[in-house]
Design a protein around this ligand. Structure first.
Ligand code: ZN
Length: 304
């Protein structure tokens, strides 16, 4: 599981792709799901690569490398992001905390008590951004939207209608272009909400509606879904049922893990990798050696 890439990531990505090509059997997600549905086993070291969110930085910095190494990739696109209607709310929080002239802010995220965040240094800003993200992922979606509506005033930063360079989305044309070169395009909702925090009435639009909208824009079926944030607590039973009934063939989570042949394609586990990690650490992750530090609930579950 990858998310975003920069030009500086090229050497790392070359090393990781070379390692995958030499040591694993890269397969397309559809092939993996075909095998699961047919009860067939894949090669022992089958591996598939997914890239969440549909940032253009995939096209610019990663697509040529995966392609050269013949590693199939699935990109999960956020429909309204690709459409130019919004940019990701997590990026907006990071942008505002990065651009603000303030040295601290008091964030009120109901039902939580207002909390003061130090943002006087780059390190503190990063910590505050991550803390606010985590809070916003846990509250009802209406509370998140209320906080986002107040974010500009809170930080004194004007939020541009379009995402800044580096964190923009691939357009429908660009998505069709990489699809023509073998990338599978999956659905990552319309607006990237945390589905378990949404009222039931909005689930259909974010899941079934996103699928139909993407298929209309792309001109081909979109068979694979990816849950925003993807932990069990972010998914919820109602959303899982909606994804199943919408006709998706697979659904990816962020729950850490490798797969056995009896894996459920509607609850795919993944190995989170980031370009902030060393190649050696990523090789170890791919070998199944680490439980990543930022997935404490899986770690606790495994220890139990
Ligand atoms: Zn995402």
């Amino acid at each position: 599981m990858f998310h975003a890439f920069t030009a500086a990531d090229t050497p790392l990505l070359e090393a990781v792709c070379g390692h995958i090509a030499r040591n694993f059997e890269p397969v397309a997600l559809s092939a993996l799901v075909d095998s699961a549905e047919a009860g067939r086993s894949l090669p022992d070291l089958a591996l598939t690569v997914t890239v969440d969110d549909g940032y253009r930085n995939y096209l610019e910095h990663a697509h040529p490398i995966f392609r050269r190494h013949r590693i199939p990739v699935t990109v999960y696109s956020v429909a309204d992001f690709a459409d130019g209607q919004l940019w990701l709310w997590t990026d907006q929080v990071a942008y505002c905390l990065d651009q603000t002239k303030k040295s601290s802010i008091t964030a009120a995220i109901p039902p939580r008590e207002p909390a003061e965040f130090d943002i006087s240094s780059p390190h503190a800003r990063r910590a505050a951004t991550e803390a606010i993200w985590e809070e916003l992922k846990l509250v009802p979606d209406a509370a998140r939207q209320q906080f986002m509506a107040a974010l500009s005033d809170l930080t004194g930063v004007e939020i541009p209608p379009e995402a800044p360079p580096g964190i923009q989305a691939m357009s429908w044309d660009e998505l069709r272009g990489i699809a023509a070169e073998g990338v599978e395009i999956g659905c990552h909702t319309r607006t990237h909400p945390i589905l378990s925090r949404l009222p039931q009435a909005r689930l259909d639009g974010e899941i079934r509606g996103a699928k139909a909208y993407m298929e209309d824009r792309l001109g081909f079926p979109v068979a694979h879904f990816c849950y925003p944030n993807g932990r069990d607590i972010d998914i919820g039973d109602a959303a899982a049922e909606c994804v199943r009934s919408a006709g998706f063939r697979s659904a990816a989570t962020t729950v850490w893990g490798l797969h056995t042949p009896d894996a459920d394609p509607m609850r795919l586990r993944r190995i989170p990798t980031g370009t902030d990690q060393s190649s050696g650490y990523i090789f170890e992750l791919l070998a199944g050696l680490h439980m990543p530090r930022h997935f404490p609930e899986e770690k606790a579950a495994l220890a139990a």
